[in-house]
Design a protein around this ligand. Structure first.
Ligand code: MN
Ligand code: MN
Length: 470
């Protein structure tokens, strides 16, 4: 008689001590990746550095079996592959994660002064709860591309000797009106202005006295607080205000990934969504020997804003990459039809502080392993590719045969809300696709929490996928 009831187990009860130790050392490496990769560009740069150390080379012409190749999409997304023994028309094993995370982007003309203070205006990126982004230390990461095409990399606020930045909030003493507003109304996007400086530029010396000269002197001293910031930026980076027009500067929570909990079982960090899966997919690929089927790792950009654009998963860049692996595009339909993709993205972990949004039987638990989502979407699974029963069964087989702790989950109660991943864009290519990833607490908050065991099990799941022969 088989076990008639199904009960998902806590991985602490199923993993032996040696494997828990493996998870600890994996988590330490993942935390280093998090610190080196706080933006999509940094994630791509760090991934290339790690990949080149493991023998990956830029894709240039059709590679042969056993070759390890990558292609950077403008430094903001990355595609990697290890060519398998079998022809590509037998299908690919694909892990698709994303490396962009919610944040505050600087506007194209961000700098202004008000009340003898200088600020940067921002336009938030991705789904944020705006109230979470005030009064915490922010760091600036990004790139300024000058008109001549030369680029200046900017990182300020991560080292202890560097300044940080912040968005202010109202003191509670004067918060009577603010407290009456809803969470969504209390902070507007146009209020998320980053304080950047309060010391003015030096006054211009006055040549002559008299009323006329005084008013001319006043003209000269306009924008002194803004000018002081421009002088500092020019001294350090050689940039002018106009250069902001062609910059991508991102304000992210300042500081490193930290172990959390007295038992250190969790990691509190910015950007678990989706670097916990991106690192898992990357790490498994770096360690992969020659597989049967060609293995592909996607580190996509733009997932948080709909996967549009040349670096998002709707881009034809993916077809271009696979066509180059195949030595032409005519076989793409056949390759895609036989391929298998895990859309490696985080899911929400059950939070006892907010039980009302989850249905307990179908919610991921921390420490129960990689969370599998048959569907995402909202309003009756709308906007989801909804993996078939056959696809779920295939994943059950794959994970159980490879000792991967896993659990089934869904994105909250019916009609509670919803969301999506890159899964549907892969599935729309006629690639069999299913969502699976690390369960996260406080997803999209400046500091998100994930369990070390779940991060490790996601990595094991990706390794199993790349070695898949079915
Ligand atoms: Mn995600
Ligand atoms: Mn997200």
């Amino acid at each position: 008689m088989p076990e008639l009831t199904y009960k998902n187990k806590n991985a602490y009860d199923t993993m032996d001590a040696a494997e828990i130790e493996n998870a600890q050392s994996y988590a330490a490496d993942y935390m280093k990746f998090l610190d080196a990769a706080k933006t999509e560009r940094e994630a791509v740069r760090e991934a290339i550095r790690l990949a080149e150390a493991r023998g990956f080379v830029p894709l240039a012409g059709q590679p042969r079996a056993g070759e390890r190749v990558y292609k950077s999409l403008g430094g903001k997304a990355l595609l990697l592959a290890v060519i398998g023994r079998q022809p590509l028309t037998n299908g690919l094993n694909i892990a698709g994660a994303h490396v962009d995370s919610p944040r505050l982007d600087l506007k194209q003309l961000p700098l202004y002064e008000d009340g003898e203070m200088a600020f940067f205006k921002t336009h938030y990126y991705g789904g944020i709860k705006k109230y979470q982004w005030v009064t915490l230390p922010l760091a600036l990461h990004g790139i300024v591309v000058k008109a001549d095409g030369s680029a200046v990399r900017v990182t300020i606020g991560e080292n202890a000797d560097e300044p940080v930045f912040f968005v202010s909030d109202l003191l509670p003493h004067l918060g009577r009106d603010q407290n009456k507003k809803t969470l969504g109304e209390a902070f507007t996007g146009e209020q998320l202005n980053i304080l950047i400086g309060t010391a003015p530029a030096a006054k211009k010396p006055e040549a002559v006295s008299g009323d006329a000269a005084k008013s001319a002197g006043g003209e000269k001293d306009a924008d002194r607080f803004k000018k002081a910031v421009l002088e500092l930026l020019h001294a350090k980076y050689g940039i002018t205000e106009e250069d902001f027009l062609s910059a991508e500067l991102e304000a992210v929570p300042a500081g490193r990934a930290r172990e959390a909990g007295l038992d250190r079982s969790l990691i509190l960090a910015y950007g678990h969504d989706d670097r916990s899966c991106a690192y898992a997919a990357l790490r498994a690929m770096l360690e992969l020997e020659v597989p049967e089927k060609t293995a592909v790792c996607i580190l996509a950009d733009k997932e948080e804003v709909g996967s549009d654009g040349v670096t998002g998963m709707q881009s034809a860049a993916f077809e271009g990459f696979i066509a180059e692996l195949a030595g032409g595009s005519t076989q793409l339909p056949a390759i895609f039809e036989r391929s298998f993709c895990i859309s490696a993205d985080v899911c929400n972990a059950f939070d006892p502080n907010f039980p009302e949004v989850s249905e307990k039987n179908n919610s991921a638990r921390l420490n129960h392993g990689i969370g599998v989502m048959k569907f995402t979407g909202s309003g009756g699974k709308s906007g989801s590719s909804d993996a078939s029963a056959e696809t779920v069964a295939r994943l059950r087989r794959l994970f159980s045969e490879n000792g991967v702790a896993w659990q089934m989950t869904e994105l909250g109660k019916v009609d509670q809300g919803g969301g999506g991943t890159i899964a549907k864009y892969m599935a729309n290519r006629n690639i069999t696709t299913i969502d699976a990833g690390v369960p996260v607490i406080s997803m999209h908050a400046p500091w998100e929490a994930a369990a070390k065991l779940d991060c490790y099990m996601t990595y094991k799941g990706m390794a199993a996928l790349y070695g898949h022969r079915e």
